[in-house]
Design a protein around this ligand. Structure first.
Ligand SMILES: Nc1ncnc2c1ncn2[C@@H]1O[C@H](COP(=O)(O)OP(=O)(O)O)[C@@H](O)[C@H]1O
Ligand SMILES: [Mg+2]
Length: 225
């Protein structure tokens, strides 16, 4: 059994007549790898990230996580699988404005009533991310770069095996963008988390161990950096 993610003949189309957005995508990501997915706007990067993480449906093909076919799981099992094994980071941090940074980081743990048990861990992650000064602040009281780092801390609180990030630097200046990339490198190295980030910025893409480039819904290149 392969340990990691396998995308097998993945197709995704939308509408009728169907617009084919992902066209027979095949690749494997071994556990512990840090991969970037790059390509122009509209090339299918977000669609691929959502398809491979089970956030969205596929039209045909399979996605296996250590041999388990996620798109064939019943909805509740897929939700549970995602909550325990995957963390997500988006272009917008989506922190809840009325609760503190610490409480935001603990939100994924709250779903399964683990927020008390995870509090020390949340403080530790925030400290590791140089965010101790933000713990008791509200999201409106911290900067954009800090907010994005908090959203990465939130994605890590359940100690996921996989992190998926869609344009996580999209709203940041280059100093904060580099900090966010450095954080993904750290998470990958320190916790052995498999990291998949989507970015249209080749400079950031090259900081991953491997870059998969999409053109018009197909893999154009797949290279080690
Ligand atoms: N829900 C949807 N319905 C119809 N078309 C979609 C949908 N999502 C994405 N697309 C189309 O798929 C293509 C790729 O989109 P996307 O994956 O968002 O690209 P990228 O993230 O690389 O910019 C675009 O042409 C987009 O319009
Ligand atoms: Mg996109």
């Amino acid at each position: 059994m392969y340990s990691g993610i396998e995308c097998i003949s993945l197709n995704r189309s939308f509408g009728n007549p169907p617009l084919e957005v992902l066209k027979t995508i095949d690749f494997k990501i071994p556990k512990g790898q840090f991969v970037s997915i790059t390509g122009r706007s509209g090339s299918g990067k977000s669609t691929l990230l959502y398809a491979m993480s089970g956030l969205d449906k596929i039209t045909s093909g399979k996605v296996l996580f250590s041999g388990e076919s996620i798109h064939e799981m019943p909805e509740n099992k897929l939700n549970q699988f995602r909550n325990f094994k995957m963390g997500f980071v988006f272009q917008f941090h989506y922190l809840l404005p009325e609760i503190t940074v610490l409480e935001n980081v603990l939100m994924p743990a709250r779903k399964t009533n683990l927020h008390k048990a995870k509090e020390a861990e949340a403080r530790k992650i925030l400290e590791d991310f140089s965010l101790s000064h933000c713990v008791d602040k509200l999201p409106g009281q911290i900067s954009g770069g800090e907010s994005q780092r908090v959203s990465i801390a939130r994605a890590l609180i359940m100690q996921p095996e996989y992190i998926f990030a869609d344009e996580p630097t999209g709203n940041l200046d280059s100093v904060n963008g580099e900090k966010v990339l450095a954080l993904f490198q750290k998470v990958n190295k320190d916790y052995g988390t498999t990291v998949v980030i989507v970015t249209h910025d080749m400079g950031y893409a090259k900081l991953a161990q491997r870059t998969i480039a999409l053109t018009d819904g197909r893999i154009e290149s797949d290279t080690l950096n």
